[in-house]
Write a protein that binds this ligand. Structure first.
Ligand SMILES: Nc1nc2c(c(=O)[nH]1)N[C@@H](CNc1ccc(C(=O)N[C@@H](CCC(=O)N[C@@H](CCC(=O)N[C@@H](CCC(=O)O)C(=O)O)C(=O)O)C(=O)O)cc1)CN2
Ligand SMILES: [Zn+2]
Length: 757
């Protein structure tokens, strides 16, 4: 047993969508109006109870609560402290519907902005705060959950977004205002919650401060000091565990070590060198340290010897050391045992959330000096290291033979002239980003094909029918560069992973991306190669149905890595080169099949940007060449497009320029085209297609609005280089919105082409 009053073994958080995506289905049914709030609440309660009892039965000492969310934990915090913008609260909806309005938007109240949770593929809803924002404990969810858990005989450890990270993640509603100025307003609301949790018998509360894994200013460290001195001075409160993850804590480690909190959770996986710094931090002497030695973000089984050595290093300096995950398990799937169709050898190398909990329990006992059997784990790690799939001589030789000229094309202006001669496009050419609406018909056909109910021929016919429809629609609308619509793709990364060697894909390995939307990140376990063309058949078919150019559609190497679970036994740069060569082969085959425009999507270029500025150059040094390796084999006449979205691009503009794509489409509608001026400042002078409307909203923009946006764009970019397109792919939308929106888009282009310049 663990010592009295310590936290002991635990995990920092757990998946919540449900092992069979029960929450996704319950949410979508509720939003569609086919079920009641009560039914939704019942599903939610059952999922929470299932999580708590599973974690208890697996033997964790401390069970987290409030890791459940109906949409997002940052939005939960905003709602809990009464800080939802008035445009939602004045709607007169129930608390739950007000919350969903903020998450998803309603006709007169656009949703909160959504953005990436640090360097993950999870998205949170950005709080909007201004000088007049006030906080009050208006919600009861953490307390309700404690009561639910206690009814099961479990006294849980509520997990909350910490006050400083919450403010640092918010966006200011007024220029010049820093939400951190609201700290003194916010702390009393947190203190009140802590006091109420103490009343419920809660012993420990976890406050997450991942914002301190990024570079921070002195004022921000001061805020951290102030926050935890302030919260800790309250007498009536649970003990405080502060969790920093997604990297080493830098100066925040000392700040937290010197603050009067009782425990600290450290990510010992992301930054191994951080262990020494933590060990050297004498002030940990009065604290319990949760050693995050089980990777919460990747799916490999933990090497028990490496992990235990890291944890043991802390024993000399901390009052008590317990074992935990490096971060919440939100970022991994539930259970590897659900994968019945999996290569058993690869399966034995993996740990999903449920297996990671077992690892935490086992390693915790080992750290306490109990006699446990670590040999199965050691054997699995050794087996993986020796697998021949990790070492494909042909792939290795090809990478070793790469030359600098493999990442260089002839100068842009020469290419642009050759492409214009071949494509003969009008000024302000129009195009889309690739996917068209994924109708239930298309989804059903894919599902039936997967389960064998639809044979290959019938499936091909179904997809071709869809491609015909999408091509005809684009011709009718008058778009200039067409796409095939991606009906055959379950996901823009998984689709490729399913066809490449070195990848395994899952049937049930769902991970929440945002709200009810999930992805199944492929597992990149070995050397990567492309046995056969992956997209040529569909693209060539689409091209055969029209005289206009059809744009081939590929996912780039950086995004394939970012949205997969990647191997941790070699640098990302090595893996990226292998993936890039596979994409390069596909570009060559598309070209050979007569495709004159190829888009290589890199929406995750910004996502993988390291949180610490000092690591960024090294990142660009592999990410940019990987994209260039994938695309530089193309003939001068082949027009290479790329696409980026879901990000603030400020920190990656030089990298976008360095990709050397002929045309870059980039999310811009929500920021009103500001990115164009920024690109100019970075010296960017190639084709650019700022998204002219936000595809995340069902709202259809009218032509006047689009014309005016393009006019704004024209003040930054000459018509010869300016493309007109939506912000992102259309797969999550319906035709009822897409058709009129694209009609207005083409109309705007025509209107402006007719104007004298
Ligand atoms: N990997 C990835 N990350 C990304 C993005 C992305 O496109 N891909 N886009 C950004 C935003 N994220 C997004 C993530 C997911 C979805 C999304 O729509 N996901 C779908 C699932 C996509 C999928 O893999 N679908 C498969 C499997 C569908 C499925 O669930 N099938 C049913 C049965 C089929 C049926 O009858 O419908 C089942 O297995 O139970 C398919 O369509 O083939 C969902 O949650 O609903 C959208 C955006 C950033 N990160
Ligand atoms: Zn996109």
């Amino acid at each position: 047993m663990h010592a009295v009053n310590t936290i002991g073994t635990t995990v920092l958080g757990y998946p919540r969508i449900g092992p069979a995506r029960e929450l996704k289905r319950a949410l979508e049914a509720y939003w569609a109006g086919t079920t009641t709030e009560e039914e939704l609440q019942t599903t939610a309660r059952r999922l929470r109870e299932q999580t708590w009892t599973t974690l208890r039965d697996q033997g964790l000492d401390s069970i987290p609560s409030s890791t459940f969310s109906f949409y997002d934990q940052v939005l939960d915090t905003t709602a809990l402290f009464g800080a939802l913008p008035e445009r939602f609260t004045r709607l007169g909806l129930s608390p739950l519907d007000t919350y969903f309005a903020a998450a998803r938007g309603v006709p007169d109240a656009p949703a909160l902005e959504m953005t990436k949770w640090f360097d993950t593929n999870y998205h949170y809803l950005v709080p909007e705060l201004g000088p007049n924002s006030r906080f009050a404990l208006t919600g009861t969810t953490p307390i309700d959950e404690v009561r639910e858990a206690r009814a099961l005989g479990i006294t849980p450890r509520p997990v909350l977004v910490g006050p400083v990270t919450f403010l640092l993640l918010a966006k200011a509603t007024e220029p010049g205002f820093s939400p951190l100025e609201l700290l003194d307003e916010l702390l009393p609301a947190y203190a009140e919650l802590l006091s109420e949790l103490a009343d419920e018998g809660v012993e420990w509360v976890q406050l997450d401060e991942p914002a301190f894994a990024a570079d921070r200013a002195t004022s921000e460290f001061n805020a951290l000091t102030r926050a935890y001195h302030w919260l800790a001075k309250e007498k009536h409160r649970p003990k405080l565990l502060v969790a920093g993850y997604f990297g080493g804590l830098g100066r925040a480690l000392g700040v937290l070590a010197r603050s009067p909190i009782e425990a600290l959770a450290l990510d010992l996986v992301t930054d191994a060198s951080f262990v020494d710094k933590a060990a050297a931090e004498g002030a940990l002497r009065d604290k319990e340290v949760l050693a995050g030695i089980v990777d919460g973000r990747n799916i490999w089984r933990t090497d028990p010897d490496v992990a235990l050595a890291r944890a043991a290093q802390l024993k000399a300096t901390a009052a008590h050391v317990s074992v935990s995950t490096s971060c919440s398990l939100l970022h991994v799937p539930y259970d590897v045992e659900a994968e019945t169709d999996f290569n058993p050898r690869v399966k034995n190398w993996l740990a999903f959330a449920q297996q990671k909990v077992d690892e935490v329990v086992l390693l915790g006992r080992a750290l306490n000096g109990e006699n446990v059997d670590l040999n199965p784990a050691r054997a699995a790690v050794a087996d993986r290291a020796s697998a021949e799939e990790l070492n494909d001589a042909g792939v290795r030789a090809r990478v070793a033979a790469l030359q600098p000229e493999d990442t260089v094309r002839i100068p842009y202006l020469e290419r642009a002239a050759a492409q214009q001669k071949s494509l003969n496009l009008p000024p302000l050419p129009t195009t889309t980003i690739g996917s068209f609406p994924q109708t239930s018909e298309v989804r059903r056909a894919r599902a039936a094909h997967r389960t064998g109910k639809l044979d290959d021929n019938a499936y091909r016919t179904a997809m071709r029918t869809e491609i015909d429809r999408v091509v005809r629609l684009q011709e009718d609308l008058g778009l200039d560069v067409l796409v095939h619509g991606e009906p055959e793709r379950n996901d823009m990364v998984q689709y490729f992973a399913e066809q490449l060697t070195g990848f395994a894909t899952t049937d049930f390995g769902w991970v929440q991306s945002y709200g009810s939307r999930c992805v199944r990140p492929p597992i990149l376990f070995g050397d990567v190669s492309r046995p056969n063309p992956m997209t040529v058949g569909w693209t060539q078919y689409a091209q055969s149905r029209t005289d206009r150019p059809v744009k081939g559609m590929l996912t780039g190497p950086v995004t394939i890595l970012a949205w997969s679970f990647v191997r941790d036994d070699q640098p990302l740069t090595d893996t990226a080169r292998q993936v890039a060569l596979a994409v390069r082969d596909e570009v060559a085959d598309l070209e050979a099949a007569g495709i004159r425009v190829v888009q290589v999507d890199e929406p995750a270029l910004r996502e993988l940007l390291p949180l610490h500025a000092a690591d960024r150059e090294a990142y660009f040094d592999w990410a940019v060449p990987a994209f260039r390796l994938a695309t530089s084999g193309a003939a001068a006449t082949t027009q290479i497009h790329t696409h980026m979205c879901y990000s603030e691009f400020g920190d990656v503009l030089p990298a976008i320029d360095a990709l050397d794509a002929d045309v870059t489409s980039i999310e811009a509608a929500r920021s009103k085209m500001e990115v164009l001026a920024d690109l100019n400042d970075a010296g960017f002078a190639r084709g650019v297609g700022p998204g002219v409307y936000d595809i995340h909203s069902p709202r259809v923009p009218d032509q006047t609005e689009l014309t005016s946006l393009v006019r704004t764009a024209l003040s930054a970019v000459p018509a010869e280089r300016l493309w007109i397109n939506p912000d992102c792919g259309l797969k999550t939308r319906g035709y009822a919105e897409v058709e009129p929106a694209l009609r207005h888009l083409v109309g705007a282009a025509r209107e402006l082409r007719a104007e004298p310049r």
